[in-house]
Design a protein around this ligand. Structure first.
Ligand code: AMP
Ligand code: MN
Ligand code: MN
Ligand code: MN
Length: 284
C-alpha cells in the first residue's frame, strides 16, 4: 500500500467517549471514502470485533486499535496501539487495570464541581456513558452543556475540566513502558498520538521520543485532527529524526462536536514510511 491512502487510524465510539456505535462509524468511514480504518477507543478494546466485522460489511480494510492514556513528565500523553491481537490477555488485563481508577476520579471531579455550585455531575455524566468502565471528562462536558452551564464542550473544558479548574483531578495513568509493552507483546505497533497537543519543551519531547523508542515504540501521528498544517511538517521531521513510521487519523468523536470529519485529512507527506506499510500482515 502506498503513502497515498485514505487511512483513518484514530477515532472513538460509544465504547469510550464517542457518540456513534462502531457500526455507524464504519458506515460513515465508507461514505467518506476511507480505505483503511481503525477504531481506537480510549483504554478499551471491547469494540474491536464489532468494528472489524462492520468494516468487512462495508468493504473497507481494518486494523485493530486503541488509545492508551499514560503519565509522562507529569502530563497525560496518549499512545495509540495498532494491529494487535484483540484477544491478547496481557493487553486486556493491562487496559482493565488502567480503566480501574476512572470511577473514583469521576467522583472526585463531581465533588470539585459541586464546590462551585454544579450539583449532581457524576450522575449527570453517567447518563452519557456508553461503557460504565469508561467515564471520562468528555461525558462530564456533555452533561454540563445539556444542563445549560456552557454552550459547548470546548467551553466546559476551558472553564471546568483542565488543570487549575474546579472539575480537574490529577490522575496517574499507566506508564509509557507499560503501554508500549502491552501493545507490542500483543503483536501491535505503538504510536505516539498527536504529539503537538502536550505542550512539551523541545527537551521534554526529545525525552518522550527517546524513551518511547527505547521501549519498542515504532510510530508517530503526523497528520491528525489535532495538528495544524505546520505541525504536519514538524512531526514529519520528527518521524525521520527518530526513524518512526507515520500515522494519519482524524480523532473523530461525534458529528456534533468534532471539527475533523472521518477520512477528510490531507494525505501523509512524502518521504515517510506509513504505519500501514509495516503492518501489512495485520490488516484484515
Ligand atoms: P479523560 O481521558 O477523561 O481525561 O478525557 C480526555 C478526553 O477529553 C479526550 O480524549 C478528548 O476526547 C476530550 N478533550 C480533551 N481536551 C478537550 C478540549 N479542550 N475540548 C474538548 N474535548 C477535549
Ligand atoms: Mn476522547
Ligand atoms: Mn488523544
Ligand atoms: Mn483520541
Amino acid at each position: 500500500m502506498t503513502q497515498i491512502l485514505n487511512a483513518d487510524l484514530h477515532c472513538h465510539s460509544v465504547v469510550s467517549d464517542g457518540t456513534l456505535t462502531p457500526e455507524a462509524l464504519a458506515e460513515r468511514a465508507k461514505s467518506n471514502g476511507v480505505e483503511l480504518w481503525a477504531l481506537t477507543d480510549h483504554d478499551e478494546i471491547g469494540g474491536q470485533h464489532r468494528a472489524a466485522a462492520a468494516a468487512k460489511t462495508q468493504g473497507i480494510k481494518y486494523l485493530t486499535g486503541t488509545e492508551i492514556s499514560i503519565t509522562f513528565l507529569g502530563k497525560t500523553v496518549h499512545i495509540v496501539g495498532l494491529g494487535f491481537d484483540a484477544d491478547n490477555e496481557v493487553l486486556k488485563a493491562g487496559l482493565r487495570s488502567t480503566r480501574g481508577g476512572r470511577k473514583e476520579r469521576a467522583m472526585e471531579m463531581s465533588d470539585g464541581l459541586a464546590k462551585v455550585g454544579i450539583k449532581g455531575a457524576y450522575d449527570g455524566a453517567l447518563q452519557f456513558v456508553g461503557n460504565p468502565e469508561l467515564i471520562s471528562r468528555t461525558h462530564f462536558a456533555r452533561f454540563l452543556v445539556e444542563a445549560g452551564v456552557c454552550k459547548d464542550t470546548s467551553e466546559v473544558f476551558r472553564k471546568y475540566l483542565i488543570e487549575g479548574k474546579p472539575g480537574f483531578v490529577p490522575h496517574r495513568w499507566a506508564t509509557l513502558k507499560d503501554a508500549v509493552g502491552w501493545i507490542t507483546q500483543a503483536g501491535g505497533m505503538a504510536v505516539v498520538a498527536h504529539p503537538a497537543r502536550y505542550g512539551f519543551t523541545a527537551n521534554e519531547e526529545y525525552a518522550l521520543f527517546t524513551e518511547f523508542k527505547g521501549h519498542g515504540g515504532r510510530g508517530v501521528e503526523v497528520v491528525t485532527g489535532s495538528h495544524s498544517a505546520a505541525e504536519y511538517v514538524t512531526y514529519a521531521e520528527t518521524a525521520k529524526e527518530f526513524g518512526l513510521a507515520a500515522s494519519r487519523g482524524s480523532d473523530f468523536h461525534s458529528p456534533d462536536e468534532s471539527h475533523t470529519e472521518l477520512g477528510t485529512l490531507p494525505y501523509l507527506p512524502g518521504g515517510l514510511t506509513p504505519v500501514w506499510e509495516l503492518l501489512a500482515d495485520r490488516i484484515v
